[in-house]
Ligand binder design. Structure first.
Ligand SMILES: C[S@@+](CC[C@H](N)C(=O)[O-])C[C@H]1O[C@@H](n2cnc3c(N)ncnc32)[C@H](O)[C@@H]1O
Length: 297
């Protein structure tokens, strides 16, 4: 089995409408990309993790898949007619049947967090068997280790977990931070997330890694204070969760916050200075990590 893939450059003003019309007219799939990707004029668009991106590039490219027997010219003409735009020019390429699972897997390589910490998909050999290796496959919950917000938290855990600490992972996603903390020597970790799918993924990932961590929906999270609370959520929930997160940190314990854009760092640091002696922010690709030490009240 093979497919035909058409590439259509179009102004972004009608990219979405044309994409929808192509699907209505018989295309199998349609994706909108930056027409200038890979050039100096490439336009980066950053959405916060977990939030939809509501902005398109100035020049869009539709990458559209058709059955190999489809009359592509007829479908593109019908879609252009439905949207009320001139027939766009396009190029066509034949896509042969492939081992799609292997192709997808080949796009996920082991991720080096530090000399002693690696995140490795289960189908990959660990690059350094003597390092602390987390086995984690991309799944339905956020947190593979590739995103700067996760990486910032992993780097902090790697540098500061000395052994025996209790850790709360607030907004656990895949459970990556709770699991990493345990593998780095923490004594006990608990995770929580508003998404039940994240709780299931975290439990599966903990089992896969041979560690025992507990994960709860927020309403079921046991009361208690921890040496470390790590929360990679987003600026908006972090604005509202300050008092709650602070209540889970022991006096002298640490808060680690991520999911904050660089321009939000000062504001969030000011909020958390109510309870914590805040450190200087650390930045990675436009994202910020904030840390602090809980003051005696
Ligand atoms: C950016 S992901 C982080 C996942 C993982 N901890 C990591 O570092 O990669 C944020 C997670 O926080 C969860 N979340 C968002 N708001 C929350 C809230 N108010 N309470 C608990 N979890 C929340 C989301 O469901 C999502 O799984």
């Amino acid at each position: 089995m093979a497919w035909l893939q058409a590439t259509i450059d179009t102004p972004s003003t009608h990219a979405e409408a044309l994409s929808d019309a192509l699907m209505d007219a018989g295309a199998l799939s349609s994706a909108i990309e930056d027409a200038l990707a890979g050039t100096d004029a490439e336009q980066p668009i950053f959405g916060e993790p977990g939030e939809p991106v509501d902005q398109l590039w100035a020049h869009s490219r539709l990458v559209v898949l058709f059955d190999e027997a489809a009359d592509v010219a007829l479908i593109v003409a019908a879609a252009a007619n439905a949207v009320g735009v001139p027939m766009p020019s396009y190029s066509i390429e034949r896509i042969e049947e492939q081992d799609w699972v292997r192709l997808t897997q080949s796009q996920f390589d082991p991720i080096r967090i530090s000399d002693r910490l690696w995140i490795t998909p289960t189908w990959h050999e660990s690059p350094d068997p003597k390092a602390v290796n987390l086995q984690l496959d991309p799944g339905l919950a956020f947190g593979t280790g590739s995103h700067p917000t996760t990486r910032l938290c992993l780097q902090w855990l790697d540098a500061h977990i000395k052994g025996g600490e209790t850790v709360l992972d607030y907004g656990c996603g895949s459970g990556i931070l709770a699991i990493a903390a345990l593998k780095l020597g923490a004594g006990k970790t608990v995770g929580t997330d508003i998404d039940p799918q994240a709780i299931r993924a975290s439990l599966d990932n903990a089992q896969q890694n041979g560690v025992s961590a507990e994960f709860f929906l927020p309403a079921a999270l046991p009361a208690g204070q921890h040496d470390v609370v790590v929360a990679n959520i987003l600026a908006n929930p972090l604005r509202m969760l300050g008092e709650l997160l602070a209540s889970h940190v022991k006096t002298g314990g640490k808060i680690v916050l991520s999911g904050i854009l660089a321009e939000q760092a000062d504001e969030l640091s000011a909020i958390y200075s109510t309870w914590f002696e805040m450190d200087a922010p650390v930045f990675d690709e436009g994202w910020t990590r904030l840390t602090g030490t809980k003051r005696a009240i």
